[in-house]
Design a protein around this ligand. Sequence first.
Ligand code: DMJ
Length: 588
Amino acid sequence: MGASELRKRSAPTAIQRTSKPAKDTGASPQAAKPHSSSGASAYLVLVLLSAFAYLVYRNPTIITVPLAEFLGTDIQEQPAGPRVVNLTTDVPKRDAVVAAFRHAWLAYAERDAMGDDEYHPISHKGTNLTEAGGIGYTVVDSIDTMLIMGLHDEYARARDWIVNKMSFERDGDFNTFETTIRVLGGLLSAYALSRDPMYIDKAKDLADRMMPAFDTPSGLPLSYVNLAARAGSKTADNNGLVSTAEVSTLQLEFRYLSYLTGNEAYWDVAEKVMETIKGSSLNTGLAAIFMNPEDGRFVMSAIRLGSRGDSYYEYLLKQYIQTNFTEPVYKEMYEFAMNGVQEHLIKKSRSGRLTYTSELIPERSPSGHVSWRLQPKQDHLICFFGGSLMLGAVTTGAAGQPVSIPPHSKHLNPTGLRDWKTGVELIETCMRTHDTATGLSPEIVHFRIPSDGLSGSNMPDDWYIKGARAGQPAPYDARYILRPETVESLFIAYRLTGDQRYRDYGWQIFQAIERHCKIETGGYASIINVDQVPVEYEDKMETFLMSETLKYLYLLFEDASVLPLSEYVFNTEAHPLPIINPTRRANF
Ligand code: DMJ
């Protein structure tokens, strides 16, 4: 099947959503009956407030338009209404991305390592995640990209391997989250795009082996699972604690499998995790990065949108989208979380030019008092968040439906406008972190803050790579490992705006990958220092290059009717899954 079959037949429209009118918060005039002249004034004020609330309810633009002007939000003031924007294919650029995918895939599959979990393009070797043998980590993670790109021969060979060689009868510990997002998500997406039932059988086999990981007092899954023994395993890592992002990033996959098979047990385990999290007293909507699977409580630990925190926020929104906007609990949890993010984590760099997300680090004094220190550190991982905020703005932040492309300020409520603006700014910041010798963004950046005590004429105004010194070995933070997050945001931003700027940014990043990460003999490699040219490679091609980075780049240049955001939701590994109409509702 090729891209044309993935196209929505009608012209692309903005995302259709159900939306509730804002609640009328005006108090009843009866309840405030006046007893004196000051009471009479209060009565008058209440009447006026009620009238104003009613007017806003009828016409939200009274607030949103001036607010947008005040915020300087990057929203175009074209006539409101469901505008259909023709986001057509940029054929040469799209095809260049397909050629890059084939360059990566053919080296792995035809020459060096077909079926191995991971690929090392310099040594031309494959390796597996455990000594028990591979589970199709790279093959399954890549197969829907082949379907989307219309690579029939490559697809046929990969499918054949899955049918005849892939086995989950592996006596080893596999990471529950990674196996879900890459392998289960890959199989389910391949089914969604091909309707080949073989993928459902494989997905069921895998999920059934993983189900015992959820068998904990709290329902939070253990971090590892032995697929042959069908048993969750605690590891010494992090004292048996689980990562918040890992336990809360399995829901799209298990829910879709439940929808396909009618087996409610998959739905139950996914939902139980969300119930536990909701019950674990999130005062600010923000989630610490570690939880205890025994009692289901958060453990005092960092709060961030980067590693171990990131996809918790991503999946709150995506669960609401996947269930076709029928589960208000996920909308509420997402909105609560975004309020917390806006209030506590969104910051400006010292120059005031760049918006970034900070981390909060807990510190306990000798007397036991806990305070939270802001750390101006941003993982490349958080670069998904700009696009995610924009998607949230036109979803939970919509004042009404449909929202045009690009949105008119009239279409967003105040929180939608707020999140849209931050999303646009965060994408710009992520692009600025590509201002390096290679044009690629480092794994971790730090932003300048007034109290950082850093000085020197060569200190940049906005951001820097901690520990990077000329002539010294590069710190871990300086690497680029083929990550997708910035291009993921560019793809979403382009689909929601049609702004050519996002395609231009994506093309810049693609060219930098071609120039600095491409191994001429086949494959792509990570580089250990984005500020060093010629580059030094690390002998690893992460599976997300083929599942995410190249897929999002392809879709950025492809016609917007392919995998429209109104019909699909992408799991955190970029596997598209259809939006479904659930027959049940969360009861927590
Ligand atoms: C991917 O495996 C997923 O996107 C995950 O959520 C975190 N990051 C990697 C790619 O960077």
